[in-house]
Design a protein around this ligand. Structure first.
Ligand code: PLP
Length: 391
């Protein structure tokens, strides 16, 4: 999956670092563009998945909008010249400062997650003498059949407004002059691989949209969020998610009114497969029952295995010897700092380069400086192929 001419370049760089294959990213973006345009669906990229400047530029160049979950994400998108009219803003805990940032930038939509938030947006918008475009984020109680830590659309989750608040909501909306209801929004979870889940979501959305219309609340757009999964087990065989089936599911099952726009917010499926975490084996250590490969990357560079029990495919870029069984662990002072247990890798030695695949989403974006570690660096294929003053 990593081209041989790149492997020799990777060896010259100080580890650990992220390596992004921008060609793969562009191919992914072309597919998304083709499949979404077939039905006139608007795509917002979920910036939190990966906010690397070069990645964002590449995505915005394709004409996609952004889904932001903080004021800083909005500012970053605007700095990279994304028009405010392409930005959706979600989050259960928007601060006054963040709401003001969004108002100043005339964003497409506040995806509002509670009744008190609606009142605050109304008040801040009134101070600026503006009318804030708002989509109500609704918790549809749909099971995304994914890991419980990345489920967001069940009754017990903190996200969105629940059905028991609908009557209050309808009354409230009529008394907030600086709010304009423009749509409804959903986002039920992440790493969803069962396309039927999106069919089930569409059916719930139809019922909820009909309720709004019955209250006389007109909806210019429906936003069904993101959540499409990627193949972490076989990234080489399946570098692209099934965008054809994903967009078709909404087109087939949503009852859109004429002129009503459909928006989606994809994160992981856009950037997941284009990123690899490159790390060196520091030590090979004999454990009681197992052999440890101790790497110079840990949970400070990629926390998904420790946070979500996620599994990433790992390969040794330096060795083609016979397979052995290893636990691949990081150097951080935490027992959970483990990338993989009992996996098969070619016999490995100190200095070998390992690639942890499918790390483009929620990898670099979640990096930390715990243990006073250096913040992880990132390089991409265009720089390596052109040798842009890297070595
Ligand atoms: C995180 C998030 C997304 C993107 O989710 P993916 O699973 O990465 O596609 C979309 N919308 C909202 C509101 C989010 O919080």
């Amino acid at each position: 999956m990593i081209k041989p001419q790149i492997t020799s370049q990777l060896q010259k760089l100080e580890t650990p670092f992220y390596y992004y294959d921008l060609d793969l990213l562009r191919q992914t973006l072309s597919k998304i563009k083709e499949e979404s345009e077939r039905y006139g669906i608007h795509v917002h990229y979920a910036v939190k998945a990966n906010a690397n400047d070069d990645i964002l530029r590449t995505i915005f160049d394709f004409g996609f909008g952004a889904d932001c979950v903080s004021g800083n994400e909005i500012s970053k998108a605007v700095q990279l010249r994304l028009p405010g009219s392409k930005i959706a803003f979600a989050g259960v805990g928007k601060t006054d400062k963040e709401i003001n940032t969004a108002l100043t930038n005339n964003i497409f939509s506040f995806n509002c997650e509670s009744l008190p938030e609606l009142e605050v947006i109304n008040e801040l918008a009134s101070k600026m003498q503006r009318v804030a475009p708002v989509a109500i984020r609704i918790n549809p109680n749909v099971d995304p059949k994914t890991h419980k830590y990345i489920t967001t659309g069940l009754d017990e989750n903190k996200f969105g407004i629940n059905h028991w608040d609908f009557d209050k909501l309808s009354r409230l909306l009529k008394h907030l002059p600086n709010i304009k209801l423009t749509g409804i929004h959903f986002h039920i979870g992440s790493q969803i691989t069962d396309i039927n889940v999106f069919k089930e979501l569409s059916e719930k959305v139809n019922t909820i949209a009909a309720w709004f219309e019955k209250q006389g609340l007109n909806l210019q757009h429906i936003n069904v969020g993101g959540g499409l999964g990627i193949d972490y087990e076989q990234p080489e065989q399946n570098p692209f998610s099934d965008f054809t089936a994903y967009f078709k599911a909404f087109n087939d099952h949503l009852n859109l009114k004429s002129g009503q726009e459909l928006h989606v917010e994809l994160g992981r499926s856009v950037v997941g497969q284009c990123g690899h975490l490159i790390t060196k084996v520091l030590y090979v250590k004999e454990g009681l029952k197992t052999k440890f490969l101790i790497t110079d990357a840990g949970m400070t560079e990629l926390i998904r295995p420790m946070l979500y029990q996620a599994e990433h495919k790992i390969s040794n870029l330096s060795s083609q010897l016979a397979l052995q069984t290893y636990d691949v662990v990081g150097p951080i002072c935490e027992s959970t700092d483990v990338f993989a247990k009992g996996i098969q890798l070619p016999e490995s030695k100190r200095g070998d380069l390992l690639a942890i695949h499918s790390a483009g989403a929620y990898g670099e974006a979640m990096a930390s400086g715990y243990n006073l570690r250096d913040m992880v660096k990132a390089f991409h294929s265009d720089q390596l192929l052109k040798h842009e003053s890297l070595f």
